[in-house]
Design a protein around this ligand. Structure first.
Ligand code: MLT
Length: 208
Protein backbone atom coordinates (compact mmCIF):
# COMPACT_ATOMS: atom_id res chain seq x y z
CA UNK A 1 0.00 0.00 0.00
CA UNK A 2 1.17 3.55 -0.70
CA UNK A 3 1.27 6.40 1.79
CA UNK A 4 -2.16 7.23 0.36
CA UNK A 5 -3.50 4.16 2.06
CA UNK A 6 -6.74 4.25 3.96
CA UNK A 7 -7.62 2.41 7.16
CA UNK A 8 -9.95 -0.22 5.78
CA UNK A 9 -11.56 -3.64 6.09
CA UNK A 10 -11.42 -6.22 3.37
CA UNK A 11 -13.66 -9.27 3.33
CA UNK A 12 -12.94 -11.78 0.55
CA UNK A 13 -15.69 -13.10 -1.71
CA UNK A 14 -17.62 -16.12 -0.50
CA UNK A 15 -19.38 -16.79 -3.81
CA UNK A 16 -18.10 -16.94 -7.36
CA UNK A 17 -19.03 -14.39 -9.98
CA UNK A 18 -20.35 -11.51 -7.88
CA UNK A 19 -18.79 -8.05 -8.29
CA UNK A 20 -16.70 -6.77 -5.39
CA UNK A 21 -18.23 -3.89 -3.46
CA UNK A 22 -16.52 -0.67 -2.44
CA UNK A 23 -18.38 0.43 0.70
CA UNK A 24 -18.30 4.17 1.42
CA UNK A 25 -19.78 5.31 4.73
CA UNK A 26 -21.54 8.56 5.64
CA UNK A 27 -20.23 11.41 7.81
CA UNK A 28 -19.18 10.11 11.24
CA UNK A 29 -19.12 6.50 10.08
CA UNK A 30 -16.19 4.18 9.61
CA UNK A 31 -15.00 1.09 7.77
CA UNK A 32 -17.28 -1.19 9.80
CA UNK A 33 -20.55 0.64 9.11
CA UNK A 34 -21.67 -0.74 5.77
CA UNK A 35 -20.35 -4.31 5.92
CA UNK A 36 -23.76 -5.59 7.06
CA UNK A 37 -25.54 -3.63 4.32
CA UNK A 38 -23.08 -4.93 1.72
CA UNK A 39 -23.80 -8.51 2.78
CA UNK A 40 -27.54 -7.94 2.52
CA UNK A 41 -27.21 -6.39 -0.95
CA UNK A 42 -24.79 -8.92 -2.44
CA UNK A 43 -24.06 -11.81 -0.04
CA UNK A 44 -21.19 -13.46 -1.96
CA UNK A 45 -19.27 -10.31 -2.89
CA UNK A 46 -15.81 -9.32 -1.70
CA UNK A 47 -16.09 -6.11 0.34
CA UNK A 48 -13.53 -3.31 0.44
CA UNK A 49 -14.44 -0.73 3.02
CA UNK A 50 -12.16 2.29 3.63
CA UNK A 51 -12.52 4.91 6.34
CA UNK A 52 -12.70 8.51 5.10
CA UNK A 53 -9.48 10.41 5.85
CA UNK A 54 -10.97 13.84 6.51
CA UNK A 55 -12.07 14.64 10.04
CA UNK A 56 -14.88 17.09 10.75
CA UNK A 57 -15.02 17.65 14.51
CA UNK A 58 -13.62 14.13 14.87
CA UNK A 59 -16.09 12.60 12.39
CA UNK A 60 -14.57 10.77 9.42
CA UNK A 61 -15.62 11.94 5.94
CA UNK A 62 -14.35 11.45 2.41
CA UNK A 63 -13.82 15.17 1.63
CA UNK A 64 -14.03 18.58 3.28
CA UNK A 65 -17.16 20.70 3.23
CA UNK A 66 -17.55 24.39 3.94
CA UNK A 67 -21.11 24.00 5.24
CA UNK A 68 -23.92 21.44 4.99
CA UNK A 69 -24.24 20.71 1.27
CA UNK A 70 -21.48 23.21 0.32
CA UNK A 71 -18.37 21.33 -0.69
CA UNK A 72 -14.69 22.27 -0.88
CA UNK A 73 -14.47 21.20 -4.50
CA UNK A 74 -10.69 21.33 -4.69
CA UNK A 75 -10.67 18.85 -1.82
CA UNK A 76 -13.35 16.72 -3.53
CA UNK A 77 -11.05 16.41 -6.57
CA UNK A 78 -7.98 15.63 -4.48
CA UNK A 79 -9.73 13.06 -2.30
CA UNK A 80 -11.36 11.35 -5.29
CA UNK A 81 -7.87 10.94 -6.78
CA UNK A 82 -6.56 9.50 -3.50
CA UNK A 83 -9.48 7.10 -3.21
CA UNK A 84 -9.04 6.02 -6.83
CA UNK A 85 -5.35 5.29 -6.15
CA UNK A 86 -6.29 3.33 -3.03
CA UNK A 87 -8.77 1.21 -4.99
CA UNK A 88 -6.16 0.51 -7.69
CA UNK A 89 -3.63 -0.61 -5.02
CA UNK A 90 -6.23 -2.70 -3.20
CA UNK A 91 -7.29 -4.41 -6.41
CA UNK A 92 -3.70 -5.59 -6.90
CA UNK A 93 -3.18 -6.53 -3.28
CA UNK A 94 -6.41 -8.51 -2.95
CA UNK A 95 -6.74 -9.63 -6.56
CA UNK A 96 -10.22 -8.21 -7.15
CA UNK A 97 -12.01 -6.77 -10.20
CA UNK A 98 -13.19 -3.16 -10.45
CA UNK A 99 -15.78 -2.77 -7.69
CA UNK A 100 -19.34 -1.50 -7.61
CA UNK A 101 -19.47 1.35 -5.08
CA UNK A 102 -22.16 1.30 -2.42
CA UNK A 103 -22.08 4.77 -0.91
CA UNK A 104 -24.31 6.41 1.65
CA UNK A 105 -24.59 10.21 1.99
CA UNK A 106 -21.04 11.62 2.05
CA UNK A 107 -19.85 8.21 0.78
CA UNK A 108 -22.35 8.38 -2.09
CA UNK A 109 -21.10 11.87 -2.93
CA UNK A 110 -17.46 10.78 -3.21
CA UNK A 111 -18.63 7.78 -5.29
CA UNK A 112 -20.42 10.21 -7.64
CA UNK A 113 -17.22 12.30 -7.81
CA UNK A 114 -15.20 9.17 -8.62
CA UNK A 115 -17.59 8.32 -11.47
CA UNK A 116 -17.20 11.82 -12.92
CA UNK A 117 -13.45 12.28 -12.32
CA UNK A 118 -12.02 8.76 -12.54
CA UNK A 119 -14.55 6.72 -14.50
CA UNK A 120 -12.32 3.65 -14.77
CA UNK A 121 -12.17 3.03 -11.02
CA UNK A 122 -15.73 1.74 -10.59
CA UNK A 123 -17.69 -0.91 -12.46
CA UNK A 124 -20.89 0.80 -11.32
CA UNK A 125 -22.42 2.42 -8.26
CA UNK A 126 -25.31 2.35 -5.84
CA UNK A 127 -25.69 5.92 -4.62
CA UNK A 128 -27.82 6.24 -1.49
CA UNK A 129 -28.94 9.85 -0.81
CA UNK A 130 -26.31 11.35 -3.12
CA UNK A 131 -26.08 14.92 -4.37
CA UNK A 132 -24.15 16.68 -7.15
CA UNK A 133 -20.53 16.70 -5.90
CA UNK A 134 -19.00 19.24 -8.31
CA UNK A 135 -20.42 22.40 -9.86
CA UNK A 136 -18.36 22.07 -13.03
CA UNK A 137 -17.35 18.44 -13.58
CA UNK A 138 -15.28 17.43 -16.60
CA UNK A 139 -17.07 15.52 -19.31
CA UNK A 140 -16.87 11.87 -18.25
CA UNK A 141 -17.20 8.82 -20.51
CA UNK A 142 -19.26 6.46 -18.42
CA UNK A 143 -19.96 4.20 -21.33
CA UNK A 144 -23.07 2.41 -20.07
CA UNK A 145 -21.85 1.91 -16.48
CA UNK A 146 -24.82 0.93 -14.31
CA UNK A 147 -25.79 3.38 -11.57
CA UNK A 148 -28.65 3.09 -9.10
CA UNK A 149 -29.54 6.38 -7.39
CA UNK A 150 -31.93 6.11 -4.46
CA UNK A 151 -33.20 9.41 -3.06
CA UNK A 152 -35.55 10.32 -0.22
CA UNK A 153 -38.62 12.37 -1.08
CA UNK A 154 -38.40 14.15 2.29
CA UNK A 155 -34.60 14.32 2.55
CA UNK A 156 -33.74 17.54 4.45
CA UNK A 157 -30.13 17.43 3.14
CA UNK A 158 -30.62 16.61 -0.55
CA UNK A 159 -33.32 18.68 -2.31
CA UNK A 160 -35.22 16.72 -5.02
CA UNK A 161 -33.93 18.97 -7.80
CA UNK A 162 -30.35 18.25 -6.74
CA UNK A 163 -30.67 14.46 -7.01
CA UNK A 164 -32.54 14.90 -10.31
CA UNK A 165 -29.61 17.01 -11.57
CA UNK A 166 -27.16 14.29 -10.51
CA UNK A 167 -29.19 11.64 -12.35
CA UNK A 168 -29.20 13.84 -15.48
CA UNK A 169 -25.47 14.57 -15.22
CA UNK A 170 -24.59 10.89 -14.96
CA UNK A 171 -26.96 9.95 -17.80
CA UNK A 172 -25.53 12.69 -20.04
CA UNK A 173 -22.08 11.25 -19.27
CA UNK A 174 -23.22 7.90 -20.64
CA UNK A 175 -24.10 6.00 -17.46
CA UNK A 176 -27.13 3.71 -17.44
CA UNK A 177 -28.94 5.38 -14.55
CA UNK A 178 -31.92 4.11 -12.62
CA UNK A 179 -33.22 6.83 -10.26
CA UNK A 180 -35.90 6.05 -7.67
CA UNK A 181 -37.33 8.55 -5.19
CA UNK A 182 -38.51 6.76 -2.06
CA UNK A 183 -40.99 7.89 0.61
CA UNK A 184 -38.08 8.40 3.03
CA UNK A 185 -35.79 11.04 4.48
CA UNK A 186 -31.98 11.00 4.55
CA UNK A 187 -31.85 7.75 6.52
CA UNK A 188 -31.99 4.42 4.76
CA UNK A 189 -35.10 2.26 4.78
CA UNK A 190 -35.83 -1.40 4.06
CA UNK A 191 -36.88 -0.33 0.54
CA UNK A 192 -33.30 0.85 -0.13
CA UNK A 193 -31.95 -2.60 0.73
CA UNK A 194 -34.55 -4.44 -1.36
CA UNK A 195 -34.13 -2.20 -4.41
CA UNK A 196 -30.32 -2.30 -4.20
CA UNK A 197 -30.33 -6.10 -3.88
CA UNK A 198 -32.66 -6.54 -6.87
CA UNK A 199 -30.72 -4.02 -8.96
CA UNK A 200 -27.34 -5.62 -8.32
CA UNK A 201 -28.80 -9.06 -9.11
CA UNK A 202 -30.05 -7.74 -12.46
CA UNK A 203 -26.77 -5.92 -13.18
CA UNK A 204 -24.88 -9.19 -12.55
CA UNK A 205 -27.27 -11.15 -14.78
CA UNK A 206 -26.81 -8.60 -17.60
CA UNK A 207 -23.00 -8.70 -17.24
CA UNK A 208 -22.97 -12.55 -17.36
C1 MLT B 1 -21.94 15.77 2.44
O1 MLT B 1 -21.39 16.58 3.15
O2 MLT B 1 -21.34 14.96 1.72
C2 MLT B 1 -23.44 15.79 2.46
O3 MLT B 1 -23.89 16.97 3.03
C3 MLT B 1 -23.99 14.59 3.15
C4 MLT B 1 -23.56 14.54 4.58
O4 MLT B 1 -22.49 14.06 4.87
O5 MLT B 1 -24.32 15.00 5.45
Amino acid sequence: MTENSFIHRFEPATGAGSSPLLLLHGTGGDENDLLGLGKMISPGSAQLSPRGRVLEHGMPRFFRRLAEGVFDEEDVRRRARELGDFVADARQRYGIAAPIAVGFSNGANIAAALLLLKPDVLAGAILLRAMVPLSDPPKAELDGKPVLLLSGQADPIVPPNNSARLAALLSESGASVSHRVLPAGHQLSQADVTLARDWIGNAAAEAA
